[in-house]
Design a protein around this ligand. Structure first.
Ligand code: GDP
Ligand code: MG
Length: 173
């Protein structure tokens, strides 16, 4: 299999960007230590025992930022597993990275709508053919076109499940 490598600085703040079901948490599990990944769903669960409890979103992001800051202070590579689809959702994380002179990396999981719909059909916890998905994908397209100008030093955009399968993350010291 042809593997392409995705280079990241050994100390970096990596934002995974993608709609719900794009494969962010799967990607994070595969390429990073569990302790390197801060997930908004996990932060919600730490507060309410329920990762889908939207009422805890504000507190969850406060916790996520706090944890990220503590790690960056110690120059630990940190991965943010949240949708990060809209520019204003990314801004405070970009500010945090800059505050700690930490290179910012964006990994966009831009999966075709067909793939997302097929995955959703196999899930039992949500209804399939969700029209929300179409809007999320449009948001992704609208709001992630200028990532380099937002302050990311490196931007990777993966556009198919095959491409994601073949990726190897390489840390540069
Ligand atoms: P997230 O919402 O972006 O965190 O997406 P998840 O990582 O939870 O993945 C959503 C669904 O897609 C899960 O059922 C995964 O098993 C599946 N999935 C994620 N990545 C891949 C992949 O690369 N290949 C395949 N076949 N399925 C995947
Ligand atoms: Mg997830």
């Amino acid at each position: 299999m042809n593997q392409s490598s995705l280079q990241v600085p050994a100390f970096s703040l990596i934002l995974l960007i993608g709609v719900s079901g794009a494969g962010k948490s799967t990607f994070a599990r595969r390429h990073f230590l569990p302790t390197e990944v801060i997930s908004s769903d996990h932060c919600r669960a730490l507060i309410t025992d329920n990762e889908n409890d939207q009422s805890a979103t504000g507190d969850a992001f406060e916790l996520l930022h706090w944890l990220a800051a503590k790690r960056l202070q110690r120059r630990r590579l940190t991965v943010i597993d949240a949708t990060n689809v809209q520019a204003d959702a990314r801004q405070s994380l970009i500010d945090l990275g800059q505050q700690f002179n930490c290179p910012l990396v964006a990994i966009v999981l831009d999966m075709p709508e067909q793939v997302l719909n097929d995955r959703r059909k196999t899930r039992t916890d949500r209804s399939f053919a969700d029209p929300v998905l179409h809007r999320q994908r449009r948001d992704l397209w609208l709001w992630t076109r200028y990532l380099e100008y937002e302050g990311f030093s490196t931007v990777y955009r993966l556009k198919s499940a095959d491409e994601v399968d073949q990726i190897q993350v390489v840390r540069q010291s």
